[in-house]
Write a protein that binds this ligand. Structure first.
Ligand SMILES: [Zn+2]
Length: 153
């Protein structure tokens, strides 16, 4: 993957959340992509922590004008990590993130080379690098299409 962000103050590579690990800057970073991957299970959050983290992440992603997030939440198999997937599905279906998420696609519904797959790429070409690994769909992730105030590309 190409470097997605660098620090607006010191120029070192950065991640979106949590400030610059080099200079401590909490300014919005420079952004070089329109699609990013977020592993919501990183750091082993509780379900509520994961949902809150997603809220915050979406807020920043929209401020930066990102177009899509490939959200990695695991397969929903067991334990706290497993519950995160279903909590995110629930939250999306109950419009918890509707102010920032224009559309969402559960990975299992987007098998490689399906109609949905091509429709998605038409809407968000930046997803190609992520979706081409899907093969028969990937139940461990969800694609979020971001829309912030009907801004045109
Ligand atoms: Zn910095």
């Amino acid at each position: 993957m190409t470097q997605a962000f660098d620090c607006a103050e010191c120029g070192n590579p950065r991640v979106l959340m949590g400030g610059c690990q080099y200079c401590g800057s909490v300014e919005l970073p420079n952004v070089f992509v329109d699609t990013i991957e977020l592993n919501i299970k990183q750091g082993f959050p509780t379900v509520e922590e994961a949902l809150d983290h997603l809220t915050e992440y979406l807020r920043m992603a929209c401020q930066l004008g990102l177009k899509a997030i490939v959200l990695i939440h695991g397969y929903g198999s067991s334990g706290e990590g497993g519950r995160i997937k279903w909590a995110i599905h629930d939250a999306l279906e109950n419009n918890r993130y509707a102010d920032r998420v224009e559309e969402y696609f559960f990975g299992e519904d987007v098998p490689f080379a399906s109609t949905t797959y091509y429709d998605l790429l038409k809407q968000r070409p930046g997803l190609k690098d992520y979706l081409k690994h899907f093969k028969a769909g990937n139940a461990g992730m969800t694609v979020l299409l971001l829309g912030s105030g009907r801004r045109s590309a």
